[in-house]
Design a binder for this molecule. Structure first.
Ligand SMILES: NC(=O)c1ccc[n+]([C@@H]2O[C@H](COP(=O)([O-])OP(=O)(O)OC[C@H]3O[C@@H](n4cnc5c(N)ncnc54)[C@H](OP(=O)(O)O)[C@@H]3O)[C@@H](O)[C@H]2O)c1
Length: 298
């Protein structure tokens, strides 16, 4: 397999969402032809994609025929599934696994040359947390197929630190890690850029599984960076409660599996554009930080 030609189409799943949106943007910036599978081509996010030169086709992860049609004639497919761990996503763990395996099967049946699957850094082994182990199962399926596959395992998104549940609007970041325990993070923008680089050099990346991250920070360091960026004090505390899903996720941070073990120096040498948390806060994170700092009124 040689490098993907500029004219060869890459199909992107989830392009109206975070990762797929970043992948579509990075591929377009590289001058590539991008086709996005969307549930509603007339929706505002699909129309915004189309305005950037992305071809949008109707399709659904639950409809294998629509995926095979969308993948027809494409060189590559970027596969990402909605998060079965989000209660409001309406997607169960078995749905996520079915979606992920269906995409891979459809790619094989459509003669796609290169499948890039976006997993998560915990997927190397079974964790016992069902919505994380979905990705272990999808990865195993991808590897069992006769297709050149690359698995990227993103660390925790920097974006998640600004979500309403972390409490920044009250001047304090609450997150999973202990104050002194480092955890790795990646900017969603960089997931897109790495995926585009992978599609650009299939010979180099086919068969590889890569943990990807742009920075590693303790809870205290996160608060220091946020304090500087916000221009006012931001404290840090570990999310309370050792029971339930949050407690199990925190335990996975403690034992390293959700903290991340990517070699940041090697990654930065390979992908020089990778953003540190500071750089992200001054760049793509600047606007969202202003929003996140607004008082929640509680
Ligand atoms: N948050 C983290 O720190 C982190 C770290 C590593 C990995 N992950 C993983 O990242 C994944 C989520 O990625 P994301 O944040 O980019 O997702 P996202 O922003 O929530 O977007 C989900 C995308 O999936 C599309 N979609 C949902 N159901 C669909 C269906 N039935 N058919 C076709 N498309 C469908 C949505 O399209 P519509 O516009 O039609 O809704 C949307 O484009 C999860 O698997 C999560 O576990 C997260």
């Amino acid at each position: 397999m040689t490098s993907t030609g500029i004219g060869e189409t890459v199909v992107v799943l989830g392009a109206t969402g975070q990762q797929g949106g970043a992948v579509a943007a990075a591929l377009r910036a590289d001058g590539r032809t991008v086709r996005a599978v969307v549930r509603d081509p007339s929706g505002s996010r699909a129309r915004a994609l189309a305005a950037t030169g992305v071809e949008t086709v109707r399709g659904d992860l639950g409809d294998p025929g629509s995926l095979r049609a969308a993948f027809s004639g494409a060189h590559g497919v970027f596969s990402v599934q909605p998060n079965s761990g989000q209660p409001d996503a309406g997607v169960g763990d078995e749905d996520e696994v079915r979606f992920g395996t269906t995409v891979a099967d459809a790619a094989v049946r459509s003669g796609v040359a290169h499948l890039v699957y976006s997993s998560a850094l915990t997927a190397g082994a079974v964790t016992g947390v069902a919505h994380l182990d979905t990705k272990h199962r999808i990865e195993a399926h991808v590897r069992s197929l006769d297709i050149a596959g690359t698995v990227i395992r993103p660390a925790t998104f920097m974006e998640i630190l600004l979500s309403p549940g972390t409490g920044l609007g009250k001047g304090q970041l609450s997150f999973l890690t202990r104050p002194e325990r480092a955890m790795q993070f990646i900017a969603v923008r960089d997931i897109g850029r790495i995926a585009a680089a992978v599609f650009g050099s299939p010979d180099r990346y086919a068969g590889r599984t890569m943990e990807i991250a742009g920075d590693a920070l303790t809870g205290e360091a996160l608060a220091e960076h946020l304090t500087r960026a916000a221009g006012r004090p931001i404290g840090y505390r570990r999310l309370p409660g050792r029971d339930g899903v949050l407690g199990r996720l925190a335990a996975l941070v403690d034992d390293g599996r959700l903290a991340g073990n990517a070699d940041l120096g090697a990654l930065r040498a390979e992908f020089p554009f990778l953003l540190s948390f500071d750089q992200w806060l001054k760049g793509p994170g600047a606007g969202p930080l202003v929003q996140a700092l607004r008082p929640t009124g509680a």
